[in-house]
Design a protein around this ligand. Structure first.
Ligand code: ADP
Ligand code: ASP
Ligand code: MG
Length: 404
């Protein structure tokens, strides 16, 4: 029996021909020195998916349908083929696969599809014949044979789902940072590497905008007990292990400061009192695939005000749904963009009160206005203006003793 290891390479790791050749060298070296037979999952070359999205947006930024997925999935076709050529040049029997060729079945929620099933028999039979499979991440196929995609950053989810289907105990995610840090190292210079992090905390971080892992990959890791090893493709060293909470000895109060730099707030006023209006509006948005983040409602002199946030990416679609839903009603709409969400996450918060007080004290000392707030057992988030993001992240990082 071979020691199969799923290894996922992100966009920067396959961003140039030199990088692709370096990945091929590393895969063969790890096979020779560590006995790891790679099941490779690859993203598109860095920047390619953005270009594809931009092309589609030039025609219709509100379009979400199977043609969108066909378009944005095409970047991965290039990278898996190039990686296979690089491995073949080195004498290996590598074979590139698109999602549908391996039976990666998903639902038909285009642009945000979920994996339902992965057939592993063909994959395993090929490995028996010494083939190194190079699988296109981010994509699958629905039951009507349409190509589907899993949402931006979804190659991580392809990799963990394949690891789960192969009953592997872990999955390697190679990216452009050496580990998961206490904050995005591009925003907070004093961010520190985290050695071990619980699935639960990583799930919160991913849902709050930390794009180092796609949220669904962490959910699948937790569900199927696949530990996730986030590490760099640029050096041979360990990174961060995402593991069950029970395996972590010490839980800091706050383990990370997480941000999402592209949030938009929509305010509607006056809206009818009672939940009916919200139920109908949010159902219409959900039906078009728009996820609503934070919601607040309050009574002002001019009547009931409803405010909620969506991602910048979903704004054109949200505006279209709102203009249809509000037609003929005298409800004023205000859109505030250039907003960001800043959060602190930590399972240690569960048993220790006072984190919220310190969080808001930091923002108030910096005179940063807070527009929306939400909390859970293990996180506190606030929507602030983008211009204050860096200061807020750095000061919160210091306040919760995370600085290197
Ligand atoms: P890939 O193309 O390899 O999938 P991504 O760009 O999707 O890479 O994710 C890696 C990026 O995630 C890093 O470059 C970093 O800027 C960002 N990031 C955000 N939060 C964190 C964090 N807490 N730790 C590490 N990286 C983070
Ligand atoms: N190429 C896709 C994206 O840019 C998927 C991924 O990189 O994980 O979103
Ligand atoms: Mg990614």
């Amino acid at each position: 029996m071979r020691n199969l290891v799923v290894k996922k390479f992100g966009g920067t790791s396959v961003g140039t021909i030199e990088r692709i050749e370096a990945v091929a060298d590393r895969l063969l070296k790890d096979w020779k020195t560590k006995g790891e037979w790679p099941i490779v999952v690859s993203s598109a070359m860095a920047g390619e998916t953005n270009k594809l999205v931009a092309l589609g947006n030039q025609i219709d930024p509100t379009y979400r349908g199977s043609a969108y997925d066909m378009l944005v999935a095409s970047g991965e076709q290039v990278s898996v083929a190039l990686l296979a050529i690089a491995l073949q040049k080195r004498g290996a029997k590598a074979k590139p696969y698109l999602g549908y060729q391996l039976g990666i079945e998903t639902d038909n929620l285009y642009s945000k599809a979920r994996i339902l099933n992965i057939k592993t028999n063909h994959l395993l039979a090929e490995v028996e014949k010494d083939v190194i499979p190079i699988i296109a991440g981010f994509q699958g196929v629905d039951n009507e044979l349409n190509i589907t995609t899993l949402g931006r950053g979804g190659s991580d989810t392809s990799a963990v789902a394949i690891a789960a289907a192969l009953r592997a105990s872990s999955c390697e995610i190679y990216t452009d940072v050496p580990a998961v840090f206490t904050a995005d190292p591009r925003l907070v210079k004093r961010a520190r590497e985290i050695q071990k992090l619980s699935f639960e905390e990583m799930m919160e971080m991913a849902s709050l905008g930390s794009k180092v892992l796609h949220i669904r990959s962490v959910e699948l890791g937790a569900k199927y007990n696949v530990k996730i090893h986030v590490r760099t493709s640029f050096a041979d060293r360990e990174g961060t292990w995402i593991v069950p909470e029970g395996e972590i000895v010490e839980n800091p109060l706050v383990s990370s400061v997480t941000h999402d730099a592209s949030t938009v707030i929509i305010e509607l006023q006056p809206v009818p009192a009672g939940p009916d209006f919200m139920a109908t509006l949010f159902a219409k948005l959900a039906a078009r695939g728009v996820s609503i983040d934070i919601i607040t409602q309050n009574q002002l002199e001019k009547g009931q005000r409803l405010a909620f946030s969506v991602t910048q990416e979903d704004l054109p679609l949200t505006e279209q749904v709102l203009s249809e839903a509000l037609a003929g009603q005298s409800i004023a709409k205000k859109v505030t963009d250039k907003m960001a969400k800043i959060s602190v996450v930590g399972v240690g918060m569960r048993n220790h009160p006072g984190v919220a007080a310190r969080f808001f004290k930091v923002l108030s000392e910096q005179q940063i206005p807070v527009h929306l707030v939400t909390t859970s057992e293990i996180k506190i988030s606030a929507v602030i203006e983008q211009q204050h993001l860096q200061a807020a992240a750095e000061k919160l990082h210091t306040e919760f003793s995370l600085d290197a």
